[in-house]
Design a protein around this ligand. Structure first.
Ligand SMILES: [Zn+2]
Length: 351
């Protein structure tokens, strides 16, 4: 086969798999990459959410879940710290994963959730939020962001917001632009709606997050409510930072709240879709506010502002070209598979 035929076959194979039609907006592109199957894997397989499991502070699975969270964040290439503290003689650990901003490294957005439970599997409360952190980090860690993002899995929330209060006390001088705590995002009362809780002072953040839910939430509804001091965003608000809680609406009506049946094993209980739509919204929010940086569209060979079929045609016409080739995107004097890879990676890219 000639190189051109090989090229065509390769493209045909890739096209059969379907180059994805990305939306033009980077927030939508990021939100679209949140994957409910991946989310479910984290919730079901990595966070000890099955019958009999306990992530209570002395529970058999508490430290196992903690270690899994550390390993998953590390697998994304993030800096991970295990911040140990002591409360009433018992050790606790906040897991802090950091994605350093490439433009405003000192200014940061924080995503939080808590991995401890009330001696139960705590699938909705709050492995659901932790799985969201992991899935959002999986997507965003593939990009540079202008602002720093910290993904924090707090400990000892159920003992009275202990881990988050200690974290805030240690970071009062940080430039925290917004903190979003996902706590209980995987149960559907039947209204397919999220709720955003926080003080009036946090209204700019609350409204921006609500707008992101409307934009990227895949049909998820949202209500914006007043303060709730019942989760790890509260110490951030008390310290004067903009912070809020994202939760399923009517979370207090969850029949399995703080019981052994708050488990992924309970039939017809967990709504992975609702949780994934919450994660999509937060990911889209961060894409916009933490400033996901998209590189120039190298694959846009004809310069029309979209990397599409026309560019692919130009590259294939140039296939095998060894000097002054428009299709030679990587400049190695050969228009070949590596150039095709670059073009496809850029598919749909709009500057
Ligand atoms: Zn909780």
């Amino acid at each position: 086969m000639t190189r051109r035929v090989v090229g065509f076959l390769l493209v045909a194979a890739l096209m059969a798999g379907g180059p994805v039609a990305f939306a033009s907006d980077i927030g939508q592109q990021i939100a679209d990459q949140i994957d409910v199957v991946s989310y479910q894997y984290y919730l079901d397989e990595e966070l000890y959410t099955h019958y009999g499991h306990s992530r209570g502070i002395s529970g058999a699975e508490h430290n196992l879940a903690r270690d899994n969270i550390v390993e998953i964040f590390q697998g994304f290439g993030l800096q991970v710290e295990l911040d140990e503290f002591e409360h009433w003689g018992q050790p606790g650990w906040n897991v802090v994963a950091t994605q350093v901003g490439t433009v405003y490294a000192d200014a940061q957005y924080i995503l939080g959730a808590h991995y401890d439970s009330v001696d139960n599997p705590g699938a909705d409360d709050d492995a659901s939020g932790v799985a969201g952190l992991l899935e959002i980090a999986r997507v965003l860690s593939q990009y540079e962001t202008e602002y720093t993002i910290k993904y924090i899995a707090f400990d000892m929330e159920e003992l009275g917001l202990i881990g988050s209060q200690i974290y805030v006390d240690d970071h009062l001088d940080d430039d925290i632009r917004g903190m979003i705590q996902s706590d209980m995002i995987a149960w559907d009362y039947g209204v397919y709606s999220a709720e955003i809780l926080g003080r009036t002072a946090s209204l700019p953040l609350k409204n921006a997050l609500a707008a992101a839910i409307n934009e990227y939430g895949n049909g998820l509804s949202v209500v914006v409510s007043g303060p709730s001091d019942g989760s790890d965003h509260a110490p951030f608000e008390w310290a004067g930072f903009q912070a809020c809680q994202l939760a399923e609406q009517y979370r207090r009506s969850n029949p399995h709240y703080h019981t052994q049946l708050d488990s992924v094993d309970t039939p017809a209980y967990i709504s992975y879709e609702l949780a994934a739509d919450c994660a999509r919204s937060v990911a889209g929010f961060l894409a916009d506010y933490a400033g996901v940086i998209v590189g120039p569209c190298v694959g846009d060979v004809d310069g029309d502002g979209d990397t599409d079929q026309a560019d692919l045609g130009i590259l294939l016409t140039d296939w095998g070209c060894t000097s002054d080739c428009v299709g030679d995107l990587d400049g190695d004097d050969d228009t070949d598979q590596s150039d095709l890879g670059i073009l496809l990676a850029d598919w749909g890219c709009t500057p």
